[in-house]
Design a binder for this molecule. Sequence first.
Ligand SMILES: [Zn+2]
Length: 403
Amino acid sequence: MTARLDYLDAYQTHFVAQVRALRTWRNQPAVVLDQTCFYPTSGGQLHDTGKLGGVNVVDVVVEQGVVLHILAASPPFVVGDVVEGAIDWARRYDHMQQHSGQHLLSQLIYQRYGYETVSVHFGREEATLDLDAAAIDPARLEETEQAANELAYYALEIRAYFVDDRTAAELPLRRSPAVTGQIRIVEIDGFDYSACGGTHVRTTAEIAPIKVLRQERRRDQTRLTFLCGLRATQDYRAKHRLLMESAALFSTDPASVPALTQRLQAQVRDLQRENALLQEQVLAHEIDALLAAAPRVQGAALVEYLCERPADVLKQMATLLRARPQTIGLLVSTAGDKLTVIFCRSDDLTWHVGNLLHDALAAFGGRGGGRPEYAQGGGVTPAVAADLLAYARTQLRQSANAS
Ligand SMILES: [Zn+2]
């Protein structure tokens, strides 16, 4: 067993201890001490980091009451040595603020709405608590957040102490403890009693500000993501800056940003619609020009078109061409460094452009095919575009001459 100094005083950052054993943990050196301030990952709270005998502690785990300090490098000390340890206080204090804030929020939600906290997690950036409720009314959530911040201003004392099971059974614990024997209680001054091994701040004043970021449904539970203390302050600073930057882009005040964004979105939609209409008109003129210059095959206009325009423009051209009587279109685009081939014809003709496309692509190692009046394919290098068109033209003329 490792004596846990963090249980007695969460604010102790430096300590001396005797090395009890040197081990390995997942191929990294690990140290067992007689006592430690290092909190091992447990109960949803992340481990501490810091230094032990001058070596970085990168992870801390607990195995059957023994705390393993996992080191970044081989230790310069041996079993029996007395070493100095120091935890990274900023990281620890951040964890203390999040964890204490969770106790406060969980009790408030339980008292007000009867929802129990079923699990918690304190991540590197955000903390979460899962409630046995499908959803929480957003207005209720705001009230809870407000109440939590007001309770923080009361600076309620937060105490941690051990009791036996019998005493624990008489306490109004939010959840029944997962351990038996000596049970560690974390109490927020008569307001909340939790069986918890985590590290906590001394008063609720150190938790503020408390900000619930969002709720999301997870099966029949609700996950609340929240920030406390300095994390919440940093988040506020970052979001405030973002909003001010957005407002500056619009040369307006922050409150006008959502309405202005909406107006701009509507304008963009209108412009896109107008642009599509114009493009259609331009294409119609281009089709007229192509048709006027097109050679004839058995009286039908044969439009050959090689371009670098996107495939959807090619499709649009095919649609417009098909609407003209006695028209065949052989359209090829090399946009995006690949070949798109579309063959089409008007309904008053009998050529099978699907077969024509299949044969033409097959001649150059590609694949494709389609209906008698419309077909699309690709899969060959753009370098053969002109040859492929010539091949298809020849095939068409031969079939015309044969009939
Ligand atoms: Zn806890």
